[in-house]
Design a protein around this ligand. Structure first.
Ligand SMILES: C[S@@+](CC[C@H](N)C(=O)[O-])C[C@H]1O[C@@H](n2cnc3c(N)ncnc32)[C@H](O)[C@@H]1O
Length: 252
């Protein structure tokens, strides 16, 4: 695996600014799967009965979410997990931090069903769910409201021609920087060396994010307060890398 401290762009990789805007007029799609196997009856029931209580509807243009109203009370802090997959990490975090409101975004409906099963089983009340591309939700999240953003094993899109599909990109970082509190963390995990290098280039070139690693253990070991994910356990593409980018230097 590459030592991420020596991340440099190779000729085959697209430059950072090719990542473009949050949505480009010519490239506005979510590229992942939205549906897998037919939903089992429990998951289908939960999607009908529980999801409407936890679901964040697609925001109207210019709308800003009232987070206290969303969670039914003011929470100590708010965190966002992008692409929660089957939701095991989101559930573990929500269980460990009942005073935090967690927003999870995942367009894959089978994963949403898996999350709902765990929410019901554990009786969790501090998770709300957006079942579409999180980029549609970001503009509605109040400025400076997030203390942490998790992006765990995002789809790697390793081919250079697909680089702009990678979630960690300049446009997303610009928006996240607006939504994060001073000192808040963006935590990104990936087992794909192209994605690791790409993320480091994107974030370390960004004036408002600083990579916090000081020694190899800082990226080789999962965060002490993190939890394993289903994808991570498979170690499909190589050893996982864990990157923390702190929001710094807003200077106002
Ligand atoms: C490789 S899976 C990893 C899932 C989970 N984080 C894990 O580690 O097991 C990446 C997930 O990100 C989701 N995803 C991709 N793009 C997304 C987006 N723009 N908004 C929300 N979720 C997204 C996909 O649907 C997929 O479930």
């Amino acid at each position: 695996m590459v030592d991420p401290r020596h991340a440099t762009r190779t000729k085959k990789e697209a430059p950072a600014d090719e990542a473009g805007a949050l949505f480009r007029p010519d490239d506005p799609k979510f590229y992942g799967r939205r549906k897998g196997k037919r939903l089992k009856s429990t998951r289908a029931r939960l999607i009908d009965e529980l999801l409407p209580k936890l679901h964040i509807p697609a925001p109207a243009e210019g709308e800003t979410l009232d987070l206290a109203a969303l969670f039914g009370e003011e929470k100590r802090a708010y965190q966002l997990e992008v692409g929660f997959g089957n939701g095991e990490h989101l559930v573990a975090q929500a269980e460990a931090h009942p005073d935090v409101g967690f927003i999870g975004a995942e367009p894959f409906i089978n994963g949403v069903g898996a999350l709902l099963m765990q929410i019901e089983e554990k009786g969790l009340t501090n998770i709300r769910v957006f079942t579409d591309d999180v980029r549609l939700l970001l503009p509605a999240i109040p400025p400076r409201s997030l203390e942490r953003v998790w992006v765990l094993f995002p789809d790697p899109w390793p081919k250079a021609r697909h680089a702009r599909r990678r979630f960690v990109n300049v446009a997303v970082l610009d928006v996240l920087a607006e939504l994060m509190r001073d000192g808040a963390e963006l935590r990104v995990a990936s087992d794909d060396k192209v994605y690791v290098r790409w993320s480091l280039i994107q974030a370390t070139n960004h004036p408002l994010f600083r990579w916090t690693a000081e020694k190899p253990e800082d990226w080789r070991q999962r965060w002490p307060d993190g939890f394993p994910t289903r994808y991570e356990a498979k170690q499909i593409r190589g050893a996982p890398h864990y990157m923390t980018f702190r929001l710094v230097g807003r200077g106002d």
